[in-house]
Design a protein around this ligand. Structure first.
Ligand code: DGT
Ligand code: CA
Ligand code: CA
Ligand code: ZN
Length: 576
């Protein structure tokens, strides 16, 4: 699948065009950004679309016009894209690589190149160590500090990718392997199966007796960049996505033990193995062995747990945080499931920075089985997102009313906002406007660099207005990019409990905020949670599974999640 490369090239073209001074360049930038998003969220390989219907089929995709379709087909046919190559001559920096650093946009990236010849992260690191960036016009000490911090975040996360990237990638590899017809089953193991927020590599386990043929196919998959080691039972490849993938081919008799072992975590495994030893067994990746040393055949890992006197433990809980003891005592909690989710209380539309209309968002939510959504656009202080004022919300809600009328109760759009929590803790809309809404999320988006006490007071003050149903992405972190802002979460939890405010588990792959451990701490209070996708386009509604995975890692049952309630109960809760 070449979707990722093409999307990334289109995005980079957009960045390079944004440096262009022609007045029309602005529109071109928009067009390329839009096209990049479309390609990156396509469900099927773009080469299949092109092979079936040529340029015409490409142009049917949202946001792809004639010019961009031609560039894509040129790339699919020849492996190069002249528009891209021409711009690269003028702007040789690695924009995609450098823009991953907080504080670096296209303009600064180009300035780094023209002033200091910096083209990539390596050059940037060198310049920072020599303290050269602070001296540049338009940068300064503070800016160098921000960039240095961003760089060290990136270094720390080196080689890890987001769950939202790793899981779809693993699923695509697994389904291509299944198509070979040589495999009975493929399991995505490791940190991805545990729904960890980032993954260091992809671990695939295939049940089959045809190791050699499977490995031959595996190394030829289009996602593969190069082969690291190739054997009959284990092969490791590096993927174009920047991580490696291990494929193990395992026979039926020890498949259960392998799944248990390679799901991890390491610490969980050590605990389970200790129990095995206490009971006179031996447990390793090859199997569970009885007192006589004989393999206890098991295709399913459930057999392993049950032989050891434990209930089966959901992979999301296998982090050695007390789950093993609960499994022995048969007291594991029942965790929320994706099928428990009835609605989505955090969505945006094209009235602000979303891409789709409320009608399209509702239709998409219906198609994936939701019963309601809340529309929660940004508010006026968030200029970059085209935030709306009180009057604009009123106007927009007329559209929502008429949609609800047409839906006639088969599906409901709740009227809400994601209101900005301003620097002083006040909310960015009139009290009357907010109290007339069905569902108010309050979030911090600007002035993130405050000291701990000021930030805590700011958020507590916002919750204490009594107007907030949900605190959006409560810690403000961006995975692999930005740490949480400084905040005393205990005080926030107390305020949430006091005001019956739910805490969000934002399901965007780059947020997952609250995270698993924060959820577990918050769950000690009488607090409810809302798993919201923060969808800025219809396809983002599918992010729900990452939020649910994170909630499960925080051990939440469905009873603590407001969007697992049926509409009537939810409305009662929101009205309180
Ligand atoms: P990652 O890849 O860093 O996101 O995290 P994992 O958990 O996927 O780790 P990985 O890929 O190194 O190994 C997959 C699983 O295999 C791991 O969760 C537990 C198991 N495993 C690997 N090495 C060891 C080990 O030395 N001891 C034990 N007990 N288990 C191990
Ligand atoms: Ca792994
Ligand atoms: Ca691995
Ligand atoms: Zn937000």
């Amino acid at each position: 699948m070449q979707n990722r490369e093409i999307a990334s090239m289109l995005e980079e073209i957009g960045m390079m065009l944004s440096l262009d001074e022609r007045p029309t360049a602005r529109f071109e930038v928009r067009a390329y950004q839009k096209a990049a998003l479309t390609v990156s969220t396509l469900q099927e390989p773009i080469e299949d679309i092109f092979n079936k219907g040529g340029n015409r089929a490409l142009m049917e995709l949202p946001g792809i016009g004639k010019g961009i379709a031609e560039s894509i087909s040129e790339y699919l046919k020849t492996g190069t894209m002249s528009k891209y190559e021409n711009l690269k001559k003028k702007y040789p920096s690695k924009f995609m690589e450098l823009s991953r650093i907080e504080g670096l946009g296209p303009k600064k990236i180009q300035a780094l190149y023209s002033e200091l010849g910096i083209k990539d992260i390596k050059g940037l690191a060198k310049a920072i160590s020599k303290h050269e960036i602070a001296e540049l016009p338009g940068f300064g000490e503070k800016s160098e500090e921000v960039i240095a911090k961003g760089l060290s975040m990136l270094e720390k996360s080196k080689g890890r990718i987001l769950l939202g990237e790793a899981l779809p990638l693993a699923e695509s590899l697994a389904s291509q392997l299944m198509k070979s017809g040589l495999i009975d089953k493929v399991i995505i193991a490791g940190s991805i199966r545990r729904m960890r927020e980032t993954s260091g590599d992809i671990d695939l386990l295939a049940l089959s007796d045809h190791g050699e043929e499977i490995m031959d196919r595996f190394v030829k998959l289009p996602e593969v960049e190069e082969v690291v080691v190739k054997g009959q039972t284990k092969t490791t490849v590096s993927l174009k996505a920047g991580v490696t993938c291990d494929l193990r081919v395992i026979p039926k008799s020890s498949f259960g033990a392998a799944v248990q072992y390679f799901t991890g975590s390491r610490d969980h495994n050590i605990q389970v193995r200790t129990i095995a030893i206490e009971r006179g067994y031996k447990l390793n990746e090859y199997g569970l062995f009885g007192k006589n040393g004989k393999l206890i055949e098991a295709e399913d890992e459930k057999v392993i747990y049950s032989k050891l006197g434990m209930d089966w433990i959901s992979p999301e809980m296998r982090e050695s945080r007390g789950e093993v003891k609960l499994a022995q005592e048969h007291k594991l909690p029942e965790l929320v499931k994706i099928s428990d989710i009835k609605g989505d209380l955090h969505t945006h539309t094209k009235e602000t920075d979303g891409a789709d209309t409320i009608d399209d968002m509702a239709a998409a939510a219906i198609s994936i089985g939701r019963e309601y959504i809340a529309t929660t656009n940004h508010t006026k202080s968030l200029f970059i997102a085209k935030g709306m004022n009180d009057r604009q919300f009123k106007e927009f809600f007329k559209t929502v009313d008429s949609l609800n009328e047409r839906l006639d109760g088969s599906f409901t759009v709740l009227k809400g906002a994601e209101v900005d929590i301003l620097k002083d803790g006040s909310l960015d809309l009139e009290k009357e406007t907010l109290s007339s809404m069905d569902c108010v999320i309050a979030s911090v988006h600007q002035n993130l660099k405050m000291d701990r006490e000021s930030m805590t007071n700011r958020i507590v003050k916002a919750i204490d207005t009594g107007l907030v149903h949900i605190l959006g992405h409560p810690t403000g972190r961006e995975l692999l990019i930005r740490d949480p802002y400084l905040i005393d979460l205990e005080s926030v939890f107390e305020a949430a409990e006091r005001n019956l405010t739910a805490l969000e588990i934002n399901a965007q792959p780059s947020r997952l905020d609250l995270n698993d451990t924060n959820i577990a701490s918050a769950a000690q209070y009488k607090i409810m949670f809302s798993i919201g996708t923060d969808a800025h386009r219809t396809t983002h509604l599918e992010f729900m599974r990452y939020g649910v995975g994170t909630a499960r890692r925080g051990w939440l049952p469905k009873e603590q999640i407001i969007n697992a309630m049926p509409l009537k109960a939810l409305k009662r809760w929101l009205a309180k």
